[in-house]
Design a protein around this ligand. Sequence first.
Ligand SMILES: O=c1ccn([C@H]2C[C@H](O)[C@@H](CO)O2)c(=O)[nH]1
Ligand SMILES: [Zn+2]
Length: 130
Amino acid sequence: MDYGELIKKAEEAKENAYVPYSNFKVGAAVLTDKGEVYTGCNVENASYGASNCAERTAIFKAVSEGEKKFKAIAIVSSSGDFTYPCGICRQVIVEFMRDGEIILGNSKGEYRVYRTEEILPFAFTGKDIK
Ligand SMILES: O=c1ccn([C@H]2C[C@H](O)[C@@H](CO)O2)c(=O)[nH]1
Ligand SMILES: [Zn+2]
């Protein structure tokens, strides 16, 4: 599974975004340590705080199917520009991907790759709970 393939899966998931309030569609695809791919989109709610980002939808789908370790996550949005994960999603990404790749795709077919440590340095993790 290369970057392009994972981005394509995220693009497909983006089309299912439920975004009547922001009209901002996001799609994500996570690659597990076993080579499986799970996708997600953002799902909004009239009570805005009940909305869920695409990244967390994909991760929670995977975890609920028994997956606990990821190698990469691809993210795309309807802006056509690179879309970076929000703070809550960075925290959730770190929980299941201590050292992996965050791949951002834009509508020109370009991509940027970051490592977990770059997007959330000094992360609070399970090790900090004593
Ligand atoms: O990386 C991001 C950034 C935003 N959103 C969603 C949340 C909300 O539905 C909409 C606007 O913030 O985009 C995501 O899903 N992922
Ligand atoms: Zn988020």
